[in-house]
Design a protein around this ligand. Structure first.
Ligand code: GLC
Ligand code: CA
Length: 547
């Protein structure tokens, strides 16, 4: 199959996120790898995907699941080689599936050659100036240079030890200490990332997911500014905050757009920017990254008014800047949506993960039912749909990972307050029996629960009513039905019912209420739950073609 040159292919694409270490293991070392992905290309094709996005597979000591990159232009030997990458991309392209890779430009790992060189060099040297090194405050410089907080720890500064053993300067890391932040005021950093973008684009990569896109630029003028007293990572102040979502970050993405446009079709990108919606779409402008993740549904409770509001708002907002909206229900950072919807409304998910009776509190059946309804609704929305590996199986969060097997730095760094994100990163079940449920022949790097058997690909493929078969049917129908990017509200919309029309007679109707509802006359193309006496069940979605 040859890929089209359509430069708008991404606008309404279905893009599947692969967390490579947990997708498929080809050599039995318990860790998913690139050959594992290649071995599952038929499966990916059976989902009808337009693209896959691979979370980082670069050399890494895994201080943060691979988001601590040692070398941006290579493959982690634990996951394969560049030749394996080439083989994988050829196999995917051969099935018409495009490939996104993850770019982590805010920070490298502390094992990156540049950081090692910085440690070995003098304060004020060119090598140090690629990162953010500062002298400490206080008499002996033993206080951090500013009060900036880290996402994974109380503060964003760590003091180094000089080669002669004396205490040295401090460096900035908005995440773990193993993730030193780059100095984006340094043109060398700009040039190196453009080199990386070209490196992967030349290898055939079609798109890039940009990690923490809003954090690259900091106000590094002296004295370093203080953070506002209340720090809200999900909703920071905009424009002139010292570390987040600064206006001047956009210059970087305008430079990157020039690189993307060197290719035919132009390479595409999607920003991960945890900022207010009105600010988020700025990253999605056509002369910048083109798309930005909209996490509103991912953050939303299962509630019709909330969903309606997010849909209406985001469709309009994306159009205003010339992008299409994106939709996300799950990813590698959040409790899976089947589980979110099966917990009591408003439950504190961190507390839940740490509780003794987590499994007892979760209503798996209800969660799965709502997750299917939400996924079917998502796949009908205008714009790009991002699907996280395992959600097509209706997988739940694994809540009982033993504390001594936790890999996520959030657990240690946040002093055992958050159990972290491992529960959505457990290797996929491919078969209901066998070693690690078919993930590989040598076990699994995170423990898989017994209930994974019911969700295995082989089981669901053999069951027409499974979540997997619903996804397959939905993505195929979407391809047939999709026309423009318009959405108008349908006649049933209001109260506990969401009803929208995508043109061509295609309507998606979701019943958030407790009683079944009558569907409009027409062909029911896909349903998330069996009809009840011909009516749409509660917590269910139907696609109806009304002609
Ligand atoms: C993003 C990633 C997350 C990672 C962080 C630091 O939020 O999605 O997994 O921990 O960036 O790179
Ligand atoms: Ca492996």
């Amino acid at each position: 199959m040859t890929l089209s040159k359509d430069k708008n292919w991404w606008r309404q694409a279905v893009i599947y996120q692969i967390y490579p270490r947990s997708f498929a293991d080809s050599n039995g070392d318990g860790i998913g790898d690139l050959k594992g992905v290649t071995s599952r290309v038929d499966y990916l094709a059976s989902l009808g995907l337009d693209a896959v996005w691979l979370s980082p597979f670069f050399p890494s000591a895994l201080a943060d699941g691979g988001y601590d990159v040692d070398d941006y232009r290579d493959v982690d030997p634990k996951l394969g080689t560049l030749a394996d990458f080439d083989e994988m991309i050829a196999a995917l392209h051969g099935k018409g599936i495009r490939v996104f890779v993850d770019i982590v430009p805010n920070h490298s790992s502390d094992r990156h050659v540049w950081f090692q060189e910085a440690l070995a060099s003098e304060p004020g040297s060119a090598a140090r100036n690629r990162y953010i090194f500062r002298d400490g405050k206080g008499v002996n410089g033993d206080e951090p240079p500013s009060d900036w907080p880290s996402h994974f720890a109380p503060r964003a500064w760590t003091r180094i030890t000089n080669p002669d053993g004396t205490p040295g300067q401090w460096y900035c890391h908005l995440f773990a200490p193993e993730q030193p932040d780059f100095n984006w005021d340094n043109p060398e950093v700009h040039e190196d990332f453009k080199k990386t973008l070209r490196f992967w684009s030349d290898r055939g990569v079609d798109g890039f997911r940009i990690d923490v896109a809003h954090a690259l630029k900091k106000d590094l003028s002296e004295p370093l500014r203080s953070k506002p007293a209340i720090v809200d990572f999900d909703n920071p102040l905009s424009g002139d905050d010292p570390i987040f979502d600064r206006n001047d970050v956009h210059q970087i993405y305008r430079e990157w757009r020039e690189v993307f446009d060197e290719y035919d079709p132009p390479r595409v990108a999607v920003a991960e920017a945890y900022v207010r919606a009105e600010r988020r779409v700025l990253y999605a402008k056509p002369d910048e990254l083109g798309q930005a993740f909209n996490f509103d549904l991912l953050e939303s409770p299962w509630d019709a008014d909330s969903y309606r509001g997010h849909i209406d708002f985001n469709v309009k907002l994306a159009a205003e800047v010339g992008s299409s909206s994106t939709w996300v229900l799950s990813n590698h950072d959040k409790v899976r949506h089947a589980t979110r919807f099966g917990l009591p409304q408003g439950a504190d998910r961190n507390a839940w993960l740490l509780s003794e009776n987590a499994g007892g509190v979760l209503d798996m059946e209800l969660g799965t039912k709502r997750a299917r309804a939400a996924s079917l609704l998502q796949l009908a929305l205008p714009g790009a749909s991002y699907v996280y590996q395992g959600e097509e199986l209706g997988l739940h969060e694994v809540w009982d990972i033993p504390l001594d097997e936790i890999q996520d730095p959030q657990w240690e760094r946040n002093l055992h307050k958050y159990k972290g994100r491992d529960g959505c990163r457990v290797p996929l079940p491919w078969t209901s029996t066998g070693s690690s449920f078919g993930f590989g022949s040598g076990g699994s790097h995170l423990p898989q629960p017994a209930w994974f058997a019911e969700y295995a690909v082989d089981v669901e493929s053999a069951d027409a009513s499974s979540t997997l078969e619903m996804y397959r049917a939905a993505v195929a129908a979407r391809k047939q039905l999709l026309t423009g990017e318009d959405l108008s509200w349908g006649s049933l919309d209001g109260g506990q019912v969401i009803d929208f029309d995508r043109g061509n007679g295609w309507r998606s109707i979701t019943n958030f209420g407790s009683e079944p509802i009558t569907l409009p006359a027409g062909e029911v193309v896909v349903v998330s739950a069996p009809l009840v006496d011909g009516k749409l069940d509660s917590d269910a979605t139907a696609w109806v073609v009304v002609r």
